[in-house]
Structure formats: structure tokens, C-alpha cells
Design a protein around this ligand. Structure first.
Ligand code: ZN
Length: 212
């Protein structure tokens, strides 16, 4: 039943397609937008169109960027031979805020999750392997310690061991709460997890820290 007319219904439908937005929230957002001053609503629509138009994936690290390569990959102050692998651009931003890391990143845009039908080919693992070479000093696997994070880390570690034997592969320490999303972890905890990273010995399970 169409209570609101064509335009409102269409707007509600569009909000309803966003992740985590149910029918009631979609309605609330639609009415909120309709009550906004016209310029604000136009600015919102415009920023969606512009972001979609101009933002692309960095051809090196796969992060979202306006310029290619992105500012981190293009910086001479960053150590291009130390690559930190993260799940999402949000996680990268969280590590950047710690100001504790001078290497570069690789953004996977997801984690392997057979339960959700996400296979290694659905995330940016191929692009990661393509950029690892004999100059690469270390690959830091910095996904959260969830089942998906650990699965993805072990998968990548084994592939690197097969293709680029000699590259050091490490995993962040478990200072990050299990199941915790990196974005919500405070900067001190992230910095500690990074400093306490341990080398992964592939072929075996990752060794625990000596203090554990
Ligand atoms: Zn980049």
C-alpha cells in the first residue's frame, strides 16, 4: 500500500538499501531529509554524486582516494617496504590516528568469511600479492582477532610464504579485544597491539607472544 506518494516512497526505498537500515529507520531518514532546509538536502545529494564521481581506489594500496596514488603511497616520508594489511579504510584511518606507524597500507575491503559467502577472490588479496617483491621488508597483518580476521591472516601468510619466501610476516598482538572492531578500539590499544606484533611462522599455527 502506497501511503506517501511516489517520491517519498522512492526515497524510503533508497534509504532502505543502505546497510543496517531497516524499514522504520528508512522512513525516519526520508522524513528527516524532507524536513531539512532545501539547500541542505541539495548539498547532501550533491556530495553523494561528487564522492561517487571522484573517489576511486588507489592503484597501489586499494584505499579510497581522490588522487592516485593516494597521499600515503605517494609520500617519500613513508617506508614503502613495510605494508600493513587492514580490513577497511576505517581501520586504516584508526591506525593513522595513532601516529605510530610510518609504513604504507593495503586495504582488503573485507575479510574471508565462508559463512557470508566471501571468498579470497572477493577481497583485494590478489592486489596485495602483486605488490610484494624482494624489497618488501615486512607485511603486518592487522585485522582484528575475530574468526574471519584470523582466517584471512593465515590465508595471506601461507600465500606469502609460498610466493615470497623471506618476507617477514607478522600479526598484531592480541591487545585488540576479541571480536572488537578496530575502529572502536582506542588509539593507545592499537599502538600497543602494533608494537607487540609477532612474526607468523607459516606452516604452523602462529606462535604466541613470549609474555603470554
Ligand atoms: Zn595508496
Amino acid at each position: 500500500m502506497n501511503y506517501y506518494g511516489e517520491y517519498v516512497t522512492k526515497l524510503i526505498e533508497q534509504f532502505g538499501k543502505l546497510p543496517g537500515i531497516g524499514g522504520r529507520t528508512a522512513q525516519r531518514l526520508a522524513f528527516y531529509v524532507l524536513n531539512m532546509p532545501k539547500e541542505n538536502a541539495e548539498a547532501l545529494a550533491q556530495s553523494i554524486v561528487e564522492a561517487r564521481e571522484h573517489v576511486k581506489y588507489c592503484s597501489c594500496c586499494c584505499n579510497l582516494t581522490d588522487v592516485d596514488p593516494c597521499p600515503v603511497c605517494g609520500s617519500s616520508k613513508r617506508d614503502q617496504n613495510q605494508i600493513m594489511v587492514v580490513e577497511s579504510p576505517r581501520d586504516m584511518a584508526a591506525y593513522e590516528k595513532t601516529k605510530d606507524y610510518r609504513g604504507v597500507y593495503h586495504v582488503l575491503h573485507g575479510l574471508i568469511s565462508p559463512m557470508d559467502g566471501i571468498s579470497p577472490n572477493d577481497i583485494r588479496i590478489r592486489e596485495l600479492l602483486a605488490r610484494i617483491n624482494e624489497n618488501t621488508r615486512e607485511v603486518i597483518l592487522a585485522m582484528a582477532s575475530t574468526i574471519e580476521g584470523d582466517t584471512t591472516a593465515m590465508y595471506i601468510a601461507r600465500l606469502i610464504a609460498l610466493n615470497n619466501d623471506g618476507v617477514k610476516v607478522s600479526r598484531i598482538a592480541k591487545g585488540v579485544p576479541v571480536g572488537g572492531e578496530l575502529e572502536y578500539v582506542d588509539q593507545m590499544t592499537l599502538a600497543t597491539a602494533l608494537r607487540g606484533r609477532f612474526e607468523i611462522n607459516t606452516g604452523k599455527e602462529p606462535e604466541e607472544d613470549e609474555d603470554n
